[in-house]
Design a protein around this ligand. Sequence first.
Ligand code: ZN
Length: 496
Amino acid sequence: MTLYFFLLVIVSLMCGSAPAAGEISPRSVLATITMLIGWVVLIHIAGRWMAHQVKRGELHFVEAADYLRTQMEIFRWFALPITIMCHYGFSLAAYIRIQPVLESSMFLQACVLLWPGLTLLASTWSAEYYFAASVGTQPRTFRSYSAAMGRMMRAGPAWLVVPTLLFMGLGDIFEMVQTNWFGSASLLSGESSWMVWAVIGLGGCLVALLLPYLVRWMAKTQPLHPEIEKEIQTWLQRCGMSTHRFWGMHVARWDTGGRMLNAMVAGLIRPGRLLLISDRLIDELPRGQRLMVLMHELAHVKRWHVPLRMAAMMPAWFVSSCASKWLIEYGMMSEPVGAVVGGLLGLVTTVMVLGGISHFCELDADATACRLAVRACQRQDRHSPEDADEAPEVEMTLAMAAELMADALVRVTADHPASRKMSWLHPSLATRVGRLRRIANREQSGGSDLVHGDWEHGDWEHGDWEHSDRVHGDRGHGDRTHPLPDPGSEGHTLAI
Ligand SMILES: [Zn+2]
């Protein structure tokens, strides 16, 4: 998730409490539609103009694609003020709050709140495709166009939008259950309280159970090659993770059309946890680096990084509510202005605290991954003789794991130099490699004589670990096509 997607979704939803500016009328919808049409047309004109210049030979394709990418990036950021303009300036948020069906549904209100921002975001992808189709690097078919749009949505905002809408939908159901079944009975008190708690518990279980299926659907998964699956399951089991068919962690190949070097674990609780490994990561990364990427993901699970990141939202909630309360109580601001300032302070706190915690989690996961890798590769001949064939020929050490991890980080960021820089949720490549180097050096000074590799160039001898064992190895670097000039967001490829 990039900072941009986070801000787009959060700012859109925060606009839900926007007060009405003047009279509330259907004109707010009309004004929003007119404004969106204007921007969508403008964005496509930019794409058409660039394609035109390439076709006339005035610009080289790569140059034009670069210009277009910059333009689209600017348009994407414009989506934020435009969203605020629609909800505050045109009173769209205030209008939908009093509509017959919308007023009682948080889910539908959220859909409308997200609509302007997501429309503009989607139209920047559409303009990129339009450019690619015009210059002939993409087919001019609706099927291919909609597939590209779906892929972009799945690669970015869907991860935030779908769970948010699911949460809102469950809130609606809960509200309906409460009003229809319990009438005026107050929440969490009286005789019906146990029923309310039962509904909350049931809802929680439902979300936990639905999440992996939702992720499978969003991410488009395929079964893994049996050999790879068995190897990964062995690694997981040795690190103490169950791979039981029903209760353990599932592993799946993530079909990204050969575009992403990415891996992730979806699911908060044990049954139904899903480890997704992208197609490119399986096909292109050597075995040792693949192991380290998986160990990094596993480290996030083992070290409770997801709940920690969720807890990082708490200070923002506290800052937001306290700030607006004080500002309004002490008469420094009127109620609507105080609420907006409080909301903004909460947003800034979220971005800062979540960013800081995420950086810590990434460095911690790298270090933990090294320790887990040593465990995953320990020969266990005594306990399970059938594993003997699967065991690596070279014994894994902490220093070797640290260097493989650094190699993997260098590799997954190789195609996108921007992803090597520090981002909101990830430290820079230099910081991460520096930390790993320290782990290796500590190990080295502790007596091991294994580390003498060249970090930057990755020409270190890993023995058996260095060999790439491509199973579906027909999708190499050379024949991989880029459907769009570029996804436009370096966060897509910054995997782990
Ligand atoms: Zn990570």
